[in-house]
Design a protein around this ligand. Structure first.
Ligand SMILES: NC(=O)c1ccc[n+]([C@@H]2O[C@H](COP(=O)([O-])OP(=O)(O)OC[C@H]3O[C@@H](n4cnc5c(N)ncnc54)[C@H](OP(=O)(O)O)[C@@H]3O)[C@@H](O)[C@H]2O)c1
Length: 164
């Protein structure tokens, strides 16, 4: 069986802000719908903070793995989801499910997983936004843009890894 693809999925402002006070700094419904439809039937790995305010409705087909050393397994609100305290164990579990693996943030998980990612699906929100967490800087020479789409309120780009 071929290895599932590992895809970072994020929305970021021009100043690379992705969050403010543990919330999204913007309300761009088309981007949220795009995110939702992109991850259907996948496995999504996210950090404890991102999961805290994550609305699980509409993500019933998604298998969610939350990374946390402090949450207990009983704190997962998502049926079939898992809370794991180790990234290698999380990756092993995700691979065993054989679905595309999306990395759903937040900032610490994007930074942790970027070296392992094959693609980045990034939504660019116009303008700068106030925030306290940022998408990590990526090495431009390691990525190429394979697709760009204009949507209401955001530009969507697929980045593919060219080398590690
Ligand atoms: N714009 C977007 O696309 C987007 C997407 C997702 C999230 N966000 C935003 O990002 C922000 C949250 O990001 P964040 O960086 O503060 O937090 P985060 O990455 O969501 O979660 C951090 C927590 O994850 C756990 N963790 C991290 N690395 C781990 C490891 N190696 N092993 C086990 N557990 C690990 C730790 O939980 P414990 O302390 O419990 O150990 C850590 O405190 C929010 O503002 C959210 O709205 C934005």
């Amino acid at each position: 069986m071929s290895e599932p693809k590992i895809i970072i999925i994020a929305a970021l402002a021009e100043n690379r802000v992705i969050g403010n006070k543990n919330r999204l700094p913007w309300n761009v419904p088309a981007e949220y719908e795009h995110f939702k439809s992109s991850v259907q039937n996948s496995t999504m790995i996210m950090g404890k903070n991102a999961y805290e305010n994550f609305e699980t409705e509409g993500f019933e087909s998604v298998k969610i793995i939350v990374l946390s050393k402090s949450l207990g397994v009983e704190e997962i609100r998502h049926p079939g989801g898992a809370i794991l305290d180790n990234v290698d164990v999380a990756m092993e579990r995700a691979r065993s499910w054989g679905r595309t693996i999306f990395i759903g943030g937040g900032a610490s998980i994007y930074a942790l997983m970027m070296p392992r990612a094959d693609e980045m699906w990034l939504s660019f929100i116009p303008g700068t936004h106030e925030g306290d967490v940022f998408f990590p800087k990526w090495e431009e020479s390691e990525w190429e843009i394979s697709r760009t789409e204009q949507h209401p309120g955001f530009e969507f780009r697929v980045y593919k890894r060219t080398r590690r």
